[in-house]
Design a protein around this ligand. Structure first.
Ligand code: AMP
Ligand code: MN
Ligand code: MN
Ligand code: MN
Length: 284
């Protein structure tokens, strides 16, 4: 097998909060030179068969993927799963449980927004939803941009959808242990997503990495659209300190949002073990 360099192992389709179909994402990734691809929809594996077929149609290798929302020390953390059996019933049930409650949360978010004069946000957000079980803050953000309340989605998050803001509703997601276990018992690898995004103290971050390892987690995203170049170096060092393999992924959601393009980030630093080396037997 030729050495894989351009792997993009993190992105979202209409099955969660992206705006492109798995087929359109595959064509776009391949057009940008991606050799190994994974679709990682939030809390959902409903797009995996289509993504695999589209990867093959476009001459790419494929790893199954998902991005699980968990709560750790009071914060939402994302754990990416790669290379698992997408038909595994325990994993599917775990993801179903994690998705449960999103609709109620969204109705509460809508109530909060109504109090500051933004009416019918639930119905508005629903117009942007591709998967009725997966209404997310991103869909509210798109609605508030469309209706002219904000200029761009990042402004919506800053003003309305983050802790302490009118549309924010605290939510309890899966546990770290459950998410890592669902992924690994389905034959896959758990990877800490975009670690620089969390607002943990150094001690809390140490606890996250330590507990993640203890539960059987094996990877961390080093090169991601959510990190600066300086943060690549910070988390390259963390990968080595904790003996974790390194992943690379754009976290692409939509051509309209100002997100990193598929397959265009810098390559992983040479001295790290890429997750796809350990996952070689799982590559399709
Ligand atoms: P949820 O799972 O409903 O809490 O929504 C989380 C999603 O919102 C993430 O996966 C991102 O796609 C998006 N998101 C979170 N923070 C921001 C931000 N500051 N700007 C733009 N999108 C964001
Ligand atoms: Mn998202
Ligand atoms: Mn994420
Ligand atoms: Mn993501």
């Amino acid at each position: 097998m030729t050495t894989i360099r351009n792997a993009d192992l993190h992105c979202h389709s209409v099955v969660s909060d992206g705006t492109l179909t798995p087929e359109a994402l595959a064509a776009r990734a391949s057009g940008n030179g991606v050799e190994l691809w994974a679709l990682t929809d939030h809390d959902e594996v409903g797009g995996q068969q289509r993504a695999l077929a589209a990867a093959k149609d476009n001459g790419m290798r494929y790893l199954t993927g998902t991005e699980i929302s968990i709560t750790f020390i009071g914060q939402t953390v994302h754990v990416v799963g790669l290379g698992f059996d997408a038909d595994n019933e325990d994993l599917r049930e775990g993801l179903r449980q994690t998705r449960g409650g999103r609709r109620e949360r969204a109705m509460e978010m809508s109530d909060g927004l109504a109090k500051v004069g933004i009416k019918d946000a639930f119905e508005g957000a629903l117009k942007f939803v591709g998967n009725p079980e997966l209404i997310s803050r991103t869909h509210f953000a798109r609605f508030l941009v469309e209706s002219g309340v904000c200029k761009e989605t990042s402004e919506v998050f800053r003003k309305y959808l983050t802790e302490g803001k009118p549309g924010f509703v605290p939510h309890r997601w899966a546990s770290l242990k459950d998410a890592v276990t669902w992924i690994t018992q389905a034959g896959g690898m758990a990877v800490i997503a975009h670690p620089a995004r969390y607002k943990f103290t150094p001690n809390e971050e140490f606890a996250l990495f330590t507990e993640f390892k203890n539960h059987g987690g094996q990877g961390v995203e080093v090169v991601t659209g959510s990190h600066t170049a300086a943060e690549y170096l910070v988390y390259a060092a963390m990968a080595k300190e904790f003996g974790l393999a390194a992943s690379r992924g754009s976290d692409f959601h939509s051509p309209d949002d100002s997100h990193t393009e598929l397959g265009t980030l810098p390559l992983l630093p040479e001295d790290l073990t890429p997750v796809w080396e350990l996952l070689a037997p799982r590559i399709q």
